[in-house]
Design a protein around this ligand. Structure first.
Ligand code: MN
Length: 229
């Protein structure tokens, strides 16, 4: 088959491998840590996970220098455990969910909070706030064969050396198996899909020039420097 122009493939490095992980789709979970739900002004915990998506080409492999995005004056960081799906599945049972996981990485779900607040107020979808270019830096994938399936461990993010977000994977309202089960009831999961699993409390604004450093115990690190727009 010949293409009119070269297909665009986004991929992530895999620790200890020369192979790269080709990306297919990016699913994201909102409101999955109680302390973050509270800081966003929601009184009650959600009855089901909030699910939204980003295009795969919003992923910036290994972070690095990212230009400050357009159309916002309130860009927020959200550090998240990212699950890399390695096996297709639909209506996956929680007990079988981890068989579909290839590995894990550290990600940042950048959010144009001003656009999100406006969208929420108007009852509109979140694409303009969440699905913009370069909104999803993700670090190196650690295969589960090496790091296991982390159900607990420190997750934190600092800006210019100052700690902003600090939590533990054990604080997730819905753990990874439950999230995979929930998402796969609505969408067919495919090898190459990523699943962002929500962020702990401490989200906040960043500006051009800021350096963000994120780490998840047992999974890895991710650093981003926001450059001039
Ligand atoms: Mn998020």
């Amino acid at each position: 088959m010949a293409y009119l122009f070269a297909p665009f493939v986004t991929s992530l490095p895999i620790a200890g491998s020369a192979l790269r992980f080709p990306l297919r789709r990016v699913w994201c979970i909102g409101r999955n840590y109680a302390d973050h739900v509270k800081e966003m002004g929601q009184a009650a915990l959600p009855q089901a996970p909030v699910i939204f998506g980003k295009p795969a080409d919003a992923v910036v492999a290994e972070g690095g220098a990212i230009p400050f995005p357009c159309a916002t004056v309130d860009l927020h960081h959200e550090v998240e455990l990212v699950v890399a799906i390695g096996q297709d599945g639909f209506r996956i049972a929680p007990e079988a969910a981890l068989q579909h996981v290839y590995g894990y990485a550290v990600g940042i779900d950048f959010t144009r909070r001003d656009l999100q607040q406006a969208a929420k107020a108007r009852g509109e979808p979140w694409e303009t706030a969440k699905s913009f270019d370069r909104s999803a830096p993700v670090g190196v994938i650690q295969p589960a064969s090496a790091c296991g399936h982390p159900a607990s461990g420190a997750i934190h993010l600092s800006v210019n050396g100052k700690l902003r977000q600090q939590g533990d994977l054990a604080q997730m309202i819905w753990r990874v198996p439950a999230l995979i089960a929930q998402v796969s009831r609505l969408f067919e999961l495919h090898a190459g899909d990523l699943l962002f699993t929500g962020t702990p409390a401490g989200v906040g604004a960043v500006v051009a020039g800021d350096r963000l450093e994120a780490e998840i115990e047992g999974v890895g690190t991710l650093a981003v420097t926001l450059t001039a727009p």
